[in-house]
Design a protein around this ligand. Sequence first.
Ligand SMILES: [Ca+2]
Ligand SMILES: [Ca+2]
Length: 205
Amino acid sequence: MGRSSRLLLAAIMVGALTASVSFAGIPDPALSTVPNVLVSPDGSLEYKVTVVGADGPIDTALVQIVVGAEADGLICWCVGQTHPTIEATTDASGCASFFISAGGCIDSSLVASPPAVEVFANGIKIGEPGIVSPDAVDANGDVTQTPWVIGANCDVALGDAVYHTPFIAGGLPNFCSDMDSDGAVTLADAVTLTAPISNGASCSN
Ligand SMILES: [Ca+2]
Ligand SMILES: [Ca+2]
């Protein structure tokens, strides 16, 4: 084998090694979990993104929630809450945990210029979720998306309880009351809503 052939072979081997290492660490949108972004005016609710690649969960991945300009203008952001890009790093289970202080409900399929929100892991897009919150309506009882009024007022008040109650009581599908993004409004969503509603979670915006 000549010198150039040996160099070529070495380059191919290094390339193959690098490729296998890289693929193992590349987030796979199909394997990762990106629920609708859960926010609360008191920052009390945990929102989790799980980043998984071909070899399983990816540790120390940078997860970035990037809220588009349209949705950014419709969300009630608490003073001190970073936006429109919010970052966290995954743990050994591939899990990135956020506690976002804000209010509002954004159904991604209803915005004029989708996507409303993009979520990236190590620079690779892994999801285009919406946003949900106990703080779904403003002081007039208007939800963010009917029509495109801002809705939400950084205050979980009686109007929010009144808004969520029929969906919870009747188990009726409703995007803005589905806190865990499983497509249904169940006891689990009621449990998530209970503390912010009973505490009257609020913030300055
Ligand atoms: Ca409210
Ligand atoms: Ca649910």
